[in-house]
Design a binder for this molecule. Structure first.
Ligand code: UT7
Length: 334
């Protein structure tokens, strides 16, 4: 499937996190919890939060600009911008605002929603536009500001989430396709286990027409159920992606999972028989940043010199939907 002619290559990355930091000790002033409980059960030590003056588009634009610079391109070279997010500044979409902010005037821009799987789903979506030859240069952003939607009185969820943005530049190539394999999955029968749902009340307009008006409710989650789902499904979807790529676990240089819980990452690596030193993690610093978590960790690993051109990385996202998916990519041009 990977050698159908034109392919894609990831040639730049960027990331941005808000400056306001909330560590576990500070959080224990908000709800009854402790650094010890949070660190032991999740691996999280701190998270960054967008303040009242900040916005999703501001951090997303910063990440996108960095990725374009690393790719050696300018905003004018970009044909397509896809923003994976569940927390847009505007329900009509925020990708357009980012297009304007970075000056990518030639680019078409739209949002894609697949919660914590958004980056992986976005990567595969963007790859289709490039493989078919419609576009040449695309920016894929994963960004979320879940702090806006967390119930800050629910210690079962509020300790997990943080805000951030990450981006990559994908380019069409006539050479080898560096998206080596992928697999995407959904199971709507488990939709109720993780929600940020609209709730409305009846609002009569006329004697025979009634509509609903309301608002989105804070995040609700069955943590144990999501934990079980992730540990069971993520190794499976990575194995399928490796099979499609005609690779084995031994061929992987890095495992980069959605940064939700260190115990999930450790369990998945163990099931795949991957040594811990191949697992990329920056969860301790940022918490679960939803669609941002994979590109944020990827960008840090690239800038630290860990991930090098030619490295094979298995990325996998999982979360609300429920959605989950994996992709095997080879980083950069060699
Ligand atoms: O993007 C996907 C998003 N979601 C996830 O990745 C979530 C996956 N699930 C998890 O990460 C874990 O299920 C959690 C970290 C959310 C919870 O860990 P757990 O080991 O499953 O804990 P639990 O929910 O079974 O709760 C154990 C105990 C309970 O007390 P009792 O009933 O045993 O007395 C909770 O009330 O821990 C208590 N607890 C807390 N204590 C201190 C729950 N949250 C906290 C807290 N601080 N923040």
């Amino acid at each position: 499937m990977s050698n159908t002619g034109a392919g894609i290559v990831v040639i730049g990355s960027g990331s941005a996190a808000p400056t306001t930091l909330l560590n576990n000790d500070q959080l224990s002033q908000v709800v009854e919890t402790s650094d010890e409980w949070i660190a032991t059960r999740t691996g999280i030590r701190a998270r960054r939060l967008v303040g009242p003056e900040g916005s999703l588009s501001a951090i997303a634009s910063q990440a996108a600009q960095q990725a374009i610079t690393m790719a050696g391109l300018t905003a004018q070279d970009i044909d397509l911008i896809v923003l994976a997010t569940s927390t847009p500044d505007d329900l009509f979409g925020t990708a357009g605002k980012i297009q304007g902010e970075i000056g990518a005037t030639r680019a078409v821009a739209f949002d894609l929603t697949a919660a914590c799987s958004g980056f992986v789903f976005g990567l595969v979506t963007v790859a289709q536009f490039l493989r078919t030859g419609v576009y040449r240069n695309a920016v894929l952003i994963g960004a979320d500001v879940l702090s806006r939607w967390v119930d800050w009185s629910d210690r079962g969820t509020c300790v997990l989430f943080g805000d951030g943005a990450g981006a990559v530049v994908l380019q069409r190539t006539e050479e080898r396709d560096r998206l080596l394999g992928f697999e995407l999955c959904s199971d709507g029968s488990l939709n109720h286990t993780l929600n940020l749902a609209y709730q409305g009340t009846a609002h009569p307009l006329t004697s025979d027409v009634t509509i609903s008006q309301g608002q989105y409710q804070p995040i609700t989650m069955n943590g144990r159920e999501i934990y079980r789902f992730a540990v069971a499904k993520v190794p499976e979807v990575i194995s399928k992606s490796l099979f499609r790529a005609q690779l084995t676990v031994e061929d992987l240089d890095w495992l980069l999972l959605h940064q939700a819980n260190q115990r999930i990452m450790d369990a998945v690596a163990q099931r795949l028989k991957l040594p811990p030193e191949k697992v990329l993690s920056n969860l301790a610093k940022y918490g679960n940043t939803s669609a941002a978590s994979i590109p944020l960790a990827l960008d840090e690993a690239v800038r630290e010199g860990k991930v090098k051109a030619g490295d094979k990385i298995a990325i996998a996202g999982f979360g609300a939907g429920l959605n989950w998916g994996a992709a095997i990519i080879e980083w950069g041009l060699v």
